[in-house]
Design a protein around this ligand. Structure first.
Ligand code: PLP
Length: 361
């Protein structure tokens, strides 16, 4: 049985007219809904205090372990409103399971998967008016997270943990249509090594990525493409999205799991590939293979996959002393088709043959 997250409504919700103004141009991660879900874990009581209440700041002691040792994990998923007004989540069980895996890696207590889902659903119900009526790709982005809130200085797993879910309306990621991005192949920084935390969705991985992102921007690129930490030149991922290649002979290739984040979108793309005549393949690809494949035309398209942007065409790569363009430098056909199919399923416009949708309202 999942825990209940009883609701205490805020007495000062954002007035409806102001909420509608926000929903007309929400951007990404800038506005937050009226409520938040929380639960607490302590070593002696286990999980307790599940509730949905007004969105409010946390009160943390300056020695709270997360502020010093970064014992923290998070998730990201969206609620979609369908044409009939109903509200749905996309594969939330996959996020719940990944949250549990991330928790184990960061020595955090595991939140039962049904409680993860109950917390997310309770917040969506409380903030139902915040789920946008989509004109293109609007949704309500949900951010479950968990952190070490115990006050102590010392390196050991914390004995007091806070779980929370907040929600932020999200507009179309590509305001001016589907543009491609250029990736900077960093030879300075890596994201994750064997035995490290690369497969966990933890804030620390992102803290370590910021300098690399600045390096990418200094070279006129949008994001980073990380190579393996062992220096063997294997492609990993782009820091917030998984990487996929399409070949002229009909394969859809993505780097195998291990040190990369196991993306829900990546898995969705692998499952949909066959519908587009593509054979999915998880295997290692080196930078040399990518470059020669792009140059001789055997690799025709490259894209990145993740919840926020769904599918992002990758149209070029740059590194120290080289640059190359994929195809004609624009988004590929299969990339656009896969992107549309994922969105059509999420918004209820295509049949959900895999049983990925989960109704909330
Ligand atoms: C969240 C994330 C992704 C994408 O995962 P989705 O489940 O598809 O959103 C890819 N890489 C990293 C490092 C991530 O944190």
């Amino acid at each position: 049985m999942a825990s209940d997250f009883p609701l205490t409504r805020t007495t000062s919700p954002l007035p409806g007219a102001e909420r509608e103004r926000v929903l007309a141009a929400p951007g990404f991660g800038r506005y937050f809904t009226d409520h938040m879900a929380t639960a607490t874990w302590s070593a002696d009581r286990g999980w307790h205090g599940h509730r949905v209440g007004p969105l409010e700041p946390f009160s943390l002691h300056p020695s709270a372990a997360v502020l010093h040792y970064a014992q923290e994990i998070f998730e990201g998923l969206k609620a979609y409103r369908h044409a009939d007004g109903s509200v749905w989540l996309f594969r939330p069980g996959a996020n719940a399971a990944r949250f549990a895996r991330s928790a184990r890696r960061l020595a955090l207590p595991v939140l039962p998967e049904e409680d993860f889902l109950a917390g997310v659903e309770a917040l969506v119900r409380a903030d139902e008016p915040w789920v946008p009526v989509p004109s293109s790709e609007e949704s309500l982005y949900l951010r479950p997270f968990m952190f070490a809130s115990e006050a102590f200085l010392g390196v050991r797993p914390a004995k007091e943990i806070t779980f929370s879910v907040i929600a932020s309306p999200a507009g179309p990621y590509f305001a001016n249509g589907l543009k491609g991005v250029t990736l900077w192949v960093s030879s300075t920084y890596t994201r994750s090594a064997k035995g490290g935390t690369g497969a966990a969705k933890c804030g620390g991985n992102y803290a370590g990525s910021l300098a690399a992102q600045l390096e990418a921007e200094e070279h006129g690129c949008d994001q980073v493409l990380y190579l393996d930490a062992a220096g063997e030149g294997h492609l990993e991922e782009s820091g917030t999205m998984n990487l996929c290649l399409v070949t002229a002979d009909g394969r859809l290739i993505t780097p195998e799991l291990g040190t990369i984040l196991e993306g829900v979108t990546r898995d969705t793309i692998l499952a949909l590939a066959a519908d587009f005549g593509l054979t999915p393949k998880e295997c290692s690809v080196t930078l040399d293979e990518l470059r020669s494949g792009v140059e001789d035309g055997s690799i025709t398209e490259v894209f990145a996959a993740g919840t926020a942007a769904v599918v992002t065409p990758v149209v070029g790569f740059k590194g120290e002393g080289y640059a190359f363009t994929v195809g004609d430098g624009g988004p590929g056909k299969q990339t656009a088709a896969l992107r549309s199919r994922v969105l059509d399923i999420q918004y209820g416009r295509a049949e959900d043959t895999h049983g990925w949708l989960h109704r909330v309202l």
